[in-house]
Design a protein around this ligand. Structure first.
Ligand code: SF4
Length: 457
């Protein structure tokens, strides 16, 4: 059931949402957009044309944090659009920085009207209504996960109908020593399995071809629910809705159980792609990160998954320069990356996040050493990915067409089951727009490091 508390009316008003960070934030933005549309507001093409500007923020990396403060600061003097019903632009900052900074964000950026937390999404329309009524009175509303309302029954404003994110948990219980997420997203809460199935079925009925199940750690789904339904049950149930492509993110290696691995062999529409963040190849660093697995255990999971599904593509996250990381620790990470042969690696330079355990660690690694390791790792990753992509030349892949390619508007772009980006030429007889949202076969004729090129067959 869709719900917007007390439904204020914003007829004639426009909104613009700027989103930073992870897929969960992007999904939150879809819910916020849906709530504002349900109140009569329409989406603006830019901040300049918006009466309500909403920032959905991320504080996982220092750079995202700095960018947000810079961007919010820069719109202070943006002229109000001429036909604004309010004669003023209202600015709201939500997401992880909103949750973390609360009132102090308003103190620092005094043109911000509203700060709301990660558990206050359903309140946004009321907060704007309140700000309008009281002439821009500034407010900070930040609830804990226990006090906040669930955002999952808010209306959705999806950018297109053919793919959908479907959150199954929110929050995280893991407290990896470098990570701020459990402090800003709260403890893990699982969504009832009936709600997940019902939303998945709605998507399928609307013509959605691909669903990605979302959670900070989807593998620990259900531990807080009566009867402890397991993540494998969710996979089975969503698969049974008839969805053509099913994906999930993110998995914690310590919780990736055999029953979930087995699904890669039994569920036909579960895509052969697994994002399994390793963070480091050194047991010593993994322990300092509070990750609860070893290099050997991680590699044995990889082997098991590969045995179950030989065509699977792995991707991962790696942090370079965690406090205390020696050259030998880094070498173990480097060797692991070489052994696994990832399709994609998201490499990050360690940045301390205030409030986390790792931020207290004193044995920091000098920046020039981190940079050197980072560059070596990126070079290895690029070589690996390039070689993997080249092995696809001459093969045919199915892609879900997302729209015209930015490289060449006469081509289309989509993703393969292994999650590779594929650009493809369209036959002269086909209309490019009619292919959007369709699953088509592409013969791969060339490969670059970050994408494949081919022709529709
Ligand atoms: S599993 Fe670790 S890295 Fe992932 S969100 Fe939870 S605490 Fe952060």
């Amino acid at each position: 059931m869709s719900r917007v508390l007390n439904n204020p009316h914003f007829d004639g008003a426009t909104f613009f949402i700027r989103t930073y960070g992870c897929q969960m934030n992007q999904h939150d933005a879809e819910r916020l957009g849906g709530s504002l549309k349900a109140c009569g507001a329409t989406e603006a093409s830019s901040m300049e044309n918006a009466d309500f500007v909403v920032f959905v923020t991320c504080c996982v990396r220092e750079r995202a944090d700095e960018r947000l403060y810079g961007q919010v600061g820069s719109i202070k003097n943006l002229p109000v659009r001429s036909d604004s019903p309010y004669g003023k632009r209202y600015i709201a900052v939500g997401g992880c920085i909103g949750q973390r900074d609360g009132q102090s964000l308003i103190d620092r950026l005094n043109h911000v009207d509203i700060v709301f937390g990660t558990h206050n999404l359903p309140m946004l329309p009321q907060l704007f209504a309140h700000a309008i009524e009281y002439g821009g009175h500034q407010m900070s509303v930040v609830a804990s996960e226990k006090e906040g309302a669930s955002p999952f029954d808010l209306p959705l404003d999806r950018p297109h109908p053919w793919s959908a994110w479907l959150p199954i948990t929110s929050g995280c219980n893991n407290f990896c020593s470098y990570c701020i997420v459990p402090y800003v997203r709260g403890r893990e809460i699982s969504r009832p399995i009936e709600d997940i199935i019902s939303e998945a079925q709605t998507f399928v009925n609307e013509g959605t071809k691909e669903i990605t199940l979302l959670g900070q750690n989807v593998n620990s789904y259900g531990r807080d629910l009566y009867g402890s339904p397991r993540f494998a049950d969710v996979l089975d149930s969503v698969h049974a809705t008839g969805i053509k492509r099913l994906r999930f993110a993110t998995s914690h290696p310590k919780d990736l159980t055999d029953d979930v691995i087995a699904r890669f062999g039994t569920l036909e529409h579960l895509m052969p792609a697994l994002h399994l963040p390793v963070q480091s190849g050194s047991d010593r660093i993994l322990e300092a990160m509070n990750r609860h697995y070893t290099n050997k255990q991680y590699r044995s999971i990889i082997e098991k998954v590969r045995k179950t599904c030989p065509s699977i593509a792995f991707s991962t996250d790696i942090i370079v320069g965690f406090p205390g990381e020696t050259e030998s620790d880094f070498q173990q990470t480097y060797d692991l990356v070489k052994q696994v042969g990832y399709q994609q690696v998201y490499t990050f330079i360690y940045s301390p996040r205030k409030g986390t355990v790792a931020a207290q660690m004193e044995n920091t690694v000098p920046q020039d050493v981190i940079r050197d390791r980072f560059d070596r790792l990126v070079e290895l990753v690029n070589d690996n990915v390039h070689a993997i992509n080249h092995s696809w030349i001459g093969r045919t892949v199915e892609i879900l067409v997302e729209g015209p390619s930015k490289k060449d508007p006469r081509m289309i772009v989509g993703h393969s089951p292994q999650n590779q980006t594929v650009h493809a030429k369209v036959p002269a007889t086909a209309s490019l727009r009619s292919l959007e949202g369709q699953i088509v076969s592409v013969h791969v004729s060339a490969a670059k490091t970050w994408y494949l090129i081919g022709e529709i067959v």
